[in-house]
Design a protein around this ligand. Structure first.
Ligand code: 9MR
Length: 339
């Protein structure tokens, strides 16, 4: 009886040690890797399980929405930092780093900005003031900013936006210079989707960031968002080649918004989840192997709160924890490759 009790105790102790050691966060830390997730302020405030899993598994977070222009700067003369501060404070309390997302984007702009009829000088002044205010506010608390997000369109041309239309293509370099002036220590990134491997869009991004580097515009790296599909996985060789060529420009490359849709895949649910796990594993492997990739961020972590069903109105299960916060095969695949 005593022996049996001892065995049970030892076993449960072993399990709990494993449970504490075998999380993504501690495994990533050993590899010198930042492992992160996009976080929703409202959910963080409401759900204890969300908070617990987030702090246990990740050492970095990205505010999914609350550092975008519209929520942060809802009126011309008013900023609202409170919801973003909730996440920054949570990160501090849990010894996590924060990726700032994002200073200049064509999307999520406040009405006052979109509806205004600005001259080039006026819009430049608005953007400069916004960047100075936000970057200075989070100086020392945000380790890297997505300064410019999605400025290249899917056809590889410069994306039409209020910034391009009114200021012209040099809004990109202005944004980087102003961000650097506001905080010379923070790392500055260009971030985009659909450009993880080698294709016409990633060629255009390469050309853009090369020209920024050539002209000594302060840029530290490129974010590969990695919103991908299990049935059309990105080629590991091509992602590695893209990382390598960006590295040769002296740039870091971070995975910034990874999720893997499974709904288009064929087969049983188990097969779809295995295919999904393989994509997570392969991309983590590529990042770990590359010399210039030390940050791997997912766009959420539980299927319960993924943007895809919410925003695209398509059911899917793109993340590494299911709706009940159980780890999926994708989680195990990340543990395995980090281990
Ligand atoms: O996941 C985000 C969603 O909750 C927002 O409604 C949407 C608009 O602000 O943005 C989503 O996040 C996007 C990110 O900011 C940039 N890359 C694509 C992401 C998914 O659309």
């Amino acid at each position: 009886m005593l022996l049996a009790l001892g065995a049970v105790l030892t076993l449960s102790l072993m399990c709990s040690t494993q449970a504490t050691n075998l999380n993504l966060r501690s495994l990533a830390q050993k590899q010198g890797l930042n492992i992160g997730a996009a976080v929703l302020t409202g959910v963080l405030q409401k759900e204890p399980t969300y908070r617990r899993v987030l702090a246990r598994e990740f050492n970095m977070l990205t505010p999914e929405n609350h550092m975008k222009f519209k929520p942060l700067h809802p009126e011309r003369d008013r900023y609202d930092f409170a919801p973003a501060d909730v996440l920054v404070d949570f990160a501090k309390e849990n010894d996590m780093q924060v990726r700032g997302h994002t200073l200049v984007w064509h999307h999520s702009l406040p009405e006052w900005l979109e509806k205004g009829e600005w001259t080039r000088e006026e819009l430049m002044a608005i953007l400069q003031e916004h960047i100075y205010t936000v970057v200075e506010r989070y100086r020392g608390q945000v380790v890297e900013w997505d300064v410019v997000n999605e400025a290249i369109a899917d056809d590889a041309s410069l994306r039409k936006s209020i910034w391009l239309n009114v200021i012209g293509s040099d809004y990109i370099e202005m944004a980087f210079r102003w961000a650097h002036e506001a905080d010379p220590t923070v790392k500055l990134f260009y971030n985009d989707y659909g450009s993880e491997g080698i294709n016409s869009k990633s060629d255009a991004i390469y050309a853009l960031v090369k020209s920024l580097r050539d002209r000594h515009v302060p840029i530290d790296g490129v974010g590969l968002q990695m919103h991908v599909r299990a049935d059309k996985p990105p080629s590991a060789e091509k992602v590695a080649a893209n990382m390598k060529r960006l590295g040769e420009l002296g740039l870091e490359v971070h995975i910034t918004e990874m999720d893997v849709k499974i709904e288009h895949a064929t087969g049983t649910l188990e097969e779809k989840l295995t295919a999904q796990a393989n994509v997570y594993r392969d991309m983590m492997q590529v990042c770990l192997t590359a010399e210039n990739c030390d940050t791997f961020v997912l766009w959420g972590f539980t299927d319960l709160h993924s943007w895809i069903p919410r925003y695209l109105k398509q059911p899917d299960s793109p993340l590494i924890f299911d709706k009940f916060y159980n780890p999926k095969p994708a989680y195990d695949a990340l543990v395995e490759v980090l281990n």
